[in-house]
Design a protein around this ligand. Structure first.
Ligand code: SF4
Length: 314
């Protein structure tokens, strides 16, 4: 068996920043630290932090007054920020700057009187947060059929935005349909699907050509991980999305196969390593890393944590 190890894979700059923010918040304030939604969509990461005293909540009302609260990488609506202020919470914000970029675009277009078509997945934390910036101005579409059914007021100015973790191909198809129906529709100068999503998808698109099976490490509620599995399947490959090797079925693999391994932006490298070990032990797999792109993006910590981070450096 041969393993092709895709690079880049795994943690992106937004996830690194969010995880470091929660580590520092726990050290600075001590447990419990409340986190609005999962800090990132990964079971291992969430479990580890739970063990250290993080409490993940879906409603601000669950957080006792005056507590320390961290907003997750996916961002929150102004309503949630206000609810945190109303409860006198010490709120810190680990929203990825590339999600904030989409929020700011929504605010700008709404102020200028645009109707905004947001391309995204209903119910995803990021989509809920973005829609909350201008609920009266945003219409969510998930696919081309929704574009066909879109009702917009006569003469309305239109703009579109996208969730950061979509399939590039799906988004392009939806955007094409939007442009066909509404040739005047505007969009931000720089696209919203983030660099990490694009790079991980590009790696799977290119490298899965040489693989029989694709293993994506990531949790089922991780949007960008789901897209990687979809992409591999669209390329005609057997593909699995698993949290770790314990979720793999040994009967799905055999000697002589080439297995592409990648990881979604919220999956830690430790689960990649555990999966490699699992395949090496069972099939004597050899490993070849293929790097299709370099990544050097880093995001700053939330302001209230920066001086603490410096003071804790050796
Ligand atoms: Fe930010 Fe992209 Fe990572 Fe999401 S996947 S946290 S948008 S860099």
């Amino acid at each position: 068996m041969k393993i092709i190890l895709a690079a880049p894979r795994g943690f992106c700059a937004g996830v690194n920043m969010a995880i470091e923010s929660l580590e520092l918040t726990l050290r600075k304030f001590g447990p419990p630290v409340y986190v609005y939604h999962e800090i990132v969509h990964n079971q291992y990461v969430v479990r580890q932090f739970r063990d250290q005293g993080a409490i993940f909540v879906d409603h601000i009302q669950e957080v006792p007054e005056g507590s320390v609260l961290l907003f997750s990488a996916h961002g929150v609506s102004p309503e949630i920020r206000q609810a945190a202020r109303d409860r006198n919470l010490n709120a810190l914000d680990a929203t990825c700057p590339l999600v904030t970029k989409v929020h700011l675009e929504a605010i700008k277009y709404a102020r200028e009187g645009f109707t905004i078509v947001l391309i995204g997945h209903e119910g995803h934390d990021e989509v809920i947060g973005t829609m909350g910036e201008a609920p009266e101005a945003i219409i969510l579409v998930e696919d081309e059929a929704a574009v066909d059914q879109l009702q917009v007021p006569e003469g309305a100015k239109l703009a579109y935005l996208t969730q950061t973790t979509l399939s590039v191909d799906d988004a392009n198809r939806i955007i094409r349909r939007l442009r066909e129906r509404f040739p005047e529709i505007q969009s931000p100068p720089k696209e919203d699907i983030c660099y990490a999503t694009q790079n991980r998808q590009e790696a799977v698109r290119l490298l899965s050509e040489d693989a029989d099976v694709v293993v994506v490490l990531g949790s089922q509620n991780s949007s960008n991980s789901q897209r990687l599995r979809e992409l591999a399947r669209e390329n005609g490959k057997t593909a699995f999305l698993v949290d770790g090797p314990e979720d793999l079925d040994a009967s799905a693999f055999s000697q002589g196969q080439t297995v592409l391994i990648t990881a979604g932006a919220s999956a830690p490298e430790s689960v990649v390593e555990a999966t490699i070990d699992w395949l090496v032990q069972r099939y004597g797999a050899t490993i070849e890393t293929r790097q299709i792109r370099e990544e050097s993006v880093r995001f700053p910590l939330p302001k209230p944590l920066r001086s603490f981070a410096q003071s804790t450096q050796p």
